[in-house]
Design a protein around this ligand. Structure first.
Ligand code: FAD
Length: 320
């Protein structure tokens, strides 16, 4: 039987770091932190300019820190340095380059599935993936004339459209067999083997292809996109070209709202997860920290406080 962690924390920004570090301070063992970037704090590394001033009371909103992380006014570099040090001294089991694709519940245990198709099991889960996650884009340009026909999720596909899905992970395959039910659909993957998808998706993919609903173009990449009368014309590495009504890229980096929906969280009309005073979502024992809890705004200090109060509550429940 695979190991069951006490807490799986998704996202290694301030909310995730606080959840992990405060767990260790409370004496909770078997805690794992999963971060899709190469290191912790991708938002701070990527979106803050070098030497940027970092305010504790961000945008003038005074917040008293409740936990054990001594965060204060500083710079991008001093903030990253603080997080480096506390993660190292508390010896957190942090896995970088690990993007979480979904969280499902099997009985009382969460099954956290990564893009690399690993499954991590935990009694409690904390989602703190922030709002800055953007879907991965192709390396070649998307001409402006067709931008309104190129998507990074399947929400805008209607019926009877000619659709190209691009990608080889679980999301691409799920979109493909679902969309193929009501549309002329082709799945394009640059490889021939789908090594990263789960068994259910493997079977659904085979059924959809064998029934003739889903067309395929495997082992072939895309060279470029053009506009043909406002529709995307796709040029492939085998020299062929084809025009579609719409293209959906599912090549990693799911947008936060789609991720939350996939995890079955109830959201309000602005896409903010509905939580109770302990930051617990509509799914029992699944908590949310940080920027995800705000329509706009959010700050490092409030994310740190969320992490502290969440693991204090988890610690109480573990002791019952
Ligand atoms: C330009 C800018 C300046 C700012 N300046 C300040 C300031 O001076 N003071 C202040 O208090 N706040 C500031 N903020 C706000 C602050 O950065 C956020 O409030 C804070 O980072 C929120 O923390 P978080 O943990 O919720 O999310 P994030 O910091 O966004 O962290 C989320 C983490 O989750 C990871 N992740 C995302 N999806 C997945 C997935 N599927 N699987 C695994 N990992 C995933 C991301 O890579 C990221 O590392 C600023 C924000 C910006 C953009």
């Amino acid at each position: 039987m695979s190991k069951i962690y006490n807490i799986a924390i998704i996202g290694g920004g301030p909310g995730g770091i606080a959840s992990a570090v405060e767990s260790v301070m409370l004496g909770i063992n078997d805690v794992i932190l999963l971060e899709k970037g190469e290191n912790h704090s991708t938002t701070i590394r990527k979106f803050y300019k070098d030497n940027k001033r970092v305010d504790k009371d961000y945008k003038g909103k005074k917040i008293d820190l409740e936990g054990n992380i001594y965060f204060m006014d500083g710079t991008k570099e001093s903030t990253l340095d603080l997080f480096d040090k506390i993660l190292a001294t508390t010896n957190i089991d942090a896995r970088f380059n690990t993007e979480v694709e979904s969280i499902t519940k099997e009985g009382d245990i969460f099954c956290v599935r990564t893009a690399g198709n690993d499954e991590i099991k935990a009694k409690y889960a904390v989602i703190s993936i922030g709002k800055m996650g953007v879907p991965n884009k192709p390396s070649y340009p998307i001409p402006p004339e067709i931008k309104n026909r190129v998507f990074f999720n399947a929400n805008s596909i209607n019926q009877n459209e000619k659709v190209l899905i691009v990608g080889g992970g679980n999301s691409a395959v799920e979109y493909a067999y679902f969309i193929a039910e009501k549309n002329d659909t082709k799945l394009n993957y640059r490889r021939t083997e789908f090594a990263r998808i789960n068994q259910t998706n493997k079977e659904m993919l085979e059924n959809s292809i064998n029934s003739g609903k889903l067309k395929t173009k495997f082992g072939i990449d895309i060279v470029s996109l053009e506009s043909e009368n406002g529709k995307p014309k796709v040029n492939f590495t085998d020299g062929s070209s084809e025009v579609f009504d719409k293209i959906v890229y599912a090549i990693g980096g799911v947008a936060p709202v789609d991720f939350l929906k996939k995890c079955n969280l109830e959201l309000d009309s602005a896409g903010v997860p509905i939580v109770n005073s302990a930051c617990e979502s509509s799914v029992k024992n699944l908590f949310v920290a940080g920027d995800l809890l705000f329509r706009s705004g959010g700050s490092i200090a409030s994310a740190l406080n969320n992490g502290f109060s969440i693991v204090t509550e988890i610690n109480r429940r573990l002791a019952l």
